[in-house]
Structures are given as structure tokens and as C-alpha cells.
Design a protein around this ligand. Structure first.
Ligand code: 5GP
Ligand code: MN
Ligand code: MN
Length: 330
């Protein structure tokens, strides 16, 4: 698929009457914020629209959905347009792929450079240089001429804030700041309030979990690689669920000298979700891709079939090789 302009996407979206929007699994601020913003834009344009998500909404994101999420199977049968947001492949939406396939027209709005190539789209945009999918949703909204209401602005801000690590990551651009500055013009918009909702409502258990994962982490490759594991046992002992482990990988990145941070999340006895981050020169999308996953150059992920112990050995080896390769390319 070649990218459409934002105006073409706006026009194409408005050609449909009933729209289902699909954020990726293990919801984050960008996929939920983008999906909920797009859904409200479509509803405010007189369309029937729903966000079809699965899994629990992480508790720090509970203020974003504004009645857009549905699990009502009756709406899934007949509809016009299926839109994938913040992912470029139907393999990222799990069992919902069957519902996605029922859309007469398929679209994508995404910013991942590396995705599984298993889905054909009729229109859309995949823009890896965009800090967040929500930037694209916002620019499409402006072309559509729909009002950026306060709930939409809150979604866009939360999505950009989370995907840029509060404007710290290398994906942050001048455009990111321009878009955010426009949000501050919207009546009632309070950036600080959203930041408090996103970051300062963590459970005590999640902070204890973070401490336990960090005390158990392994630092290797001469201090360039930090790798930690969130096991089912640690979740039990701290009374937390996996969605509360989201921010831990960022803590590993804050260690001086660490180039790659890796968190292994034990989903079940034989499945580990792997979260990868790089600071300035390593390409973790390349590693994720070699395991059948994908993502961005500096933030990527994949699923490892095996135990956590096996993952530690296997994934560290792959990441050390990536550090060597990236060093040679420097
Ligand atoms: P996270 O570590 O936050 O789960 O994911 C980091 C980035 O990589 C996100 O942008 C996420 O969408 C992407 N990602 C994570 N897992 C996968 C995967 O299995 N396949 C693909 N294509 N992307 C992934
Ligand atoms: Mn995402
Ligand atoms: Mn994103």
C-alpha cells in the first residue's frame, strides 16, 4: 500500500457509515488514545463507530475511552470499514482478526516501520517518522474539518505523551510539539491533569513489582544491556497484573551506559512477551523481526515461545549480537 494524504484518508473515512476501529493487543496510550479519538471524530461526523478492543484497559488509561469501546457482538457482523490503528498487521489484534476480516473496506493508520506483512489495505498511512499514531489521527481530523473536542484533545495528548515517554524519546519532533501546543488552545484542556492521571496513580504493588524486577535484573555486554523478567510469581507476590509492568523497561533505560533495555513478561509457562528499547544507536526492530515480531528502531517487541529462563539466554545472545552489529555500523 502506498500512503494516502491525510485529506484522502479523511475523505475515505467519511464514505463509510459504520466503522469498527481496532487497537493492538496489550493496549497502550497511543493505540487506545488514537482509537478513541478517531471513534469520536467519526461519531461527531454522524457515523456509527466503535472501538473493538480486548483485554483489560490498563488502569492509568481508564479515562480515555469515553464510551467508545464495545464488546457487543451484534455490532460486529455487518459493517463498512475496518481500521487498524497503531499497528500494521492483523496478527497484532489476536482473535479480533476474524471481525476485522468482515469489514468491506480495510484501512490502516500506523507509525511502525517494521510489521508482519499479512494484511492488505484499501487506504491509509504508515508513517514511521511520526512520534505517535495520534499525531496522524489529529492531522486527519483537521483535514476532515471536524471539531477537536476536549475528549479528543485529551486522547491525542495522552497518546503522544505516552509514546514519546513524555517527550523524551528520539521520536519527538517539532511537529509533536506544534500539535501539543494546539491542544492547549482547546477550552478546558489541562495537560498537567492528564499527566497526573497517566503517571501518578500507580498501585503500591506495581512499584514493589518494579523494585523486585530491577533487583533481579541482569546487566551484561559491558553494561550496555539490561534484561529483567516479570514472572507470574512476582505478579502474584505483589498482587499486580501484567498491564502494570508497562513502565519498567523505561527504568532500565535510565541506567547510565545501558543501550538496550529488555523486559521479559511471562504470559504463561511457555510464552514470554518481550519488550525492547534502545537508547541511541542499536536497532531493536531488527532483533524483534528476527523473532517474528516488529516495532520501531528504538522500541520493539515479539513473542518468544519457551520459558523465561530460556528467553533470558536466547534473547540476551541476540541482543549482544545486535550491540556488536550496531557498534560496527557506527
Ligand atoms: P512494547 O514493548 O511497548 O509492548 O512494544 C514496543 C513497540 O513494539 C510498540 O510500538 C509495539 O506496538 C511494537 N510491538 C510489540 N510487540 C510487537 C509484535 O509482536 N509485533 C510487532 N509488529 N510489533 C510489536
Ligand atoms: Mn502502541
Ligand atoms: Mn504508537
Amino acid at each position: 500500500m502506498t500512503n494516502n494524504t491525510y485529506l484522502e484518508i479523511a475523505d475515505n473515512l467519511l464514505k463509510s457509515e459504520k466503522i469498527l476501529i481496532f487497537p493492538h493487543e496489550n493496549m497502550d496510550g497511543d493505540c487506545l488514545g488514537s482509537a478513541a479519538a478517531l471513534c469520536q471524530m467519526m461519531r461527531n461526523s454522524g457515523k456509527e463507530a466503535y472501538v473493538v478492543a480486548d483485554g483489560k484497559t490498563p488502569r492509568n488509561l481508564d479515562f480515555l475511552e469515553s464510551g467508545t469501546l464495545t464488546s457487543n457482538k451484534d455490532v460486529f457482523n455487518e459493517y463498512d470499514l475496518a481500521v487498524l490503528v497503531d499497528c500494521g498487521s492483523r496478527s497484532r489484534i489476536g482473535d479480533r482478526a476474524a471481525v476485522f476480516d468482515r469489514g468491506r473496506v480495510k484501512a490502516v493508520i500506523d507509525h511502525h516501520g517494521v510489521s508482519e506483512q499479512d494484511t492488505a489495505f484499501d487506504f491509509g498511512v504508515i508513517e514511521p517518522s511520526s512520534a505517535a499514531t495520534a499525531e496522524l489521527v489529529y492531522l486527519i481530523a483537521k483535514e476532515m474539518g471536524v471539531e477537536i473536542t476536549l475528549p479528543i484533545a485529551r486522547c491525542v495528548f495522552a497518546a503522544i505523551n505516552t509514546d514519546t515517554g513524555s517527550f523524551q524519546h528520539s521520536n519527538t519532533t517539532a511537529r509533536t510539539h506544534v500539535i501539543v501546543s494546539e491542544l492547549y488552545d482547546i477550552d478546558g484542556f489541562d495537560g498537567n491533569e492528564i499527566t497526573q492521571l497517566l503517571y501518578n496513580r500507580q498501585s503500591l504493588g506495581s512499584i514493589q513489582l518494579e523494585g523486585r524486577v530491577i533487583s533481579g535484573m541482569k546487566v551484561c555486554a559491558g553494561g550496555k544491556l539490561a534484561i529483567g523478567a516479570v514472572t507470574r510469581q512476582l505478579l502474584d507476590e505483589t498482587d499486580t497484573d501484567m498491564s502494570e509492568s508497562e513502565g519498567i523497561v523505561q527504568k532500565l533505560m535510565s541506567i547510565d551506559g545501558v543501550e538496550i533495555g529488555c523486559i521479559l513478561k511471562e504470559t504463561d509457562a511457555n510464552t514470554v512477551r518481550v519488550s525492547l528499547r534502545a537508547k541511541s544507536y542499536a536497532n531493536v526492530a531488527r532483533v524483534a523481526q528476527s523473532y517474528g515480531g516488529g516495532g520501531h528502531v528504538r522500541a520493539a517487541g515479539f513473542t518468544f515461545e519457551g520459558t523465561v529462563d530460556e528467553a533470558v539466554v536466547d534473547v540476551s545472545r541476540a541482543l549482544e549480537a545486535e550491540l556488536d552489529r550496531a557498534n560496527d555500523e557506527k
